[in-house]
Design a binder for this molecule. Sequence first.
Ligand code: AHG
Ligand code: MN
Ligand code: MN
Length: 343
Amino acid sequence: MTNKVTLTQFIIEQQRELPGVSGMFTSLLNDIVTACKKISHLVNRGELIGVLGSAGSENIQGEVQKKLDIITHNIMVDALCWTGHLAGMASEEAEDWIKIPEYYPKGKYLALFDPLDGSSNIDINLAVGTIFSILRCREGVDPSLEDFLRKGSEQVCAGFVLYGPSTMMVLTTGHGVNGFTLDQAIGEFILTHPAMRIPPETGEFAINMSNKRFWEPPVQRYIEECLQGEAGPRGKNFNMRWIASMVAEVYRILTRGGVFLYPFDFRDPSRAGRLRIMYEANPMAFIIEQAGGACSTGRERILDIKPHSLHQRVPVILGSKNEVERIISYHKELGDTAVTQKP
Ligand code: AHG
Ligand code: MN
Ligand code: MN
């Protein structure tokens, strides 16, 4: 095949269109690509190189860490700390944000990442991924926590890599969404899915049904109406999927539409949701909106939320626009009587 457009070529050409953009962003993206190629290789080798299974430790959020959660975190940090493109970074697997060592130059961007999303799937050989978000840092100052705690609408780039049957990178810089497939033969990501768009209508939903008894009434109502199919108020049959890897769910929605919900639930009142705003909800919301979809907590656009902490969790409802808007309208109908605690 001739005329293959590589990810680097695509980004350089896209950046040329924008005034005042330096090469630093393209170089930063190359750092991330290098890390993700390494992760792809390790995930693919699996038990051959002894990387599967639990690490026997917990992260800051009290979740049991897999060996690969720690290995992938270290790969990302090692690839990004020395190249001079970042002023700091934050990872789902680290309690505090990570400073760039004094002996390396500092750049003007901040990177936030979930090094291995869907890690409960790693030992059963299902799809996992890496999610990342890039913010611009104030120039000439050492960053502080406040520099990271910015609304998702301020992201300059968001993307994820899906380690599935093919390794794919999906990327937005605020000018639509493009998908690239890793050509293992030449070690390059090639543009294979230009201008990805999410159809506004869908007949497919994704939710962890085992949490049903903990959901709020608007979510109960939406799912119940889907389940009633042709005979119910929606007048059509719905299909359901749950992969337990947000990267795989979002990729499916980008290719054939659908709606994904990890809503607020009553299991633990101290947690607003399951997914983390900085490493999961914000980057995915940016991508989904850029592909013509919508992303909300049910009451608020995800990208408009001002985060108060690095590991903050939020309810997430994303995907085909008309369905997300319907779920938001069910929340609105509930009005002031919103139930946010176990009745
Ligand atoms: P992580 O592996 O980074 O902790 O994220 C897993 C997330 C997300 O990818 C997925 O949608 C969800 O957790 C699955 O949660 P359940 O196990 O509750 O279904
Ligand atoms: Mn995750
Ligand atoms: Mn993770």
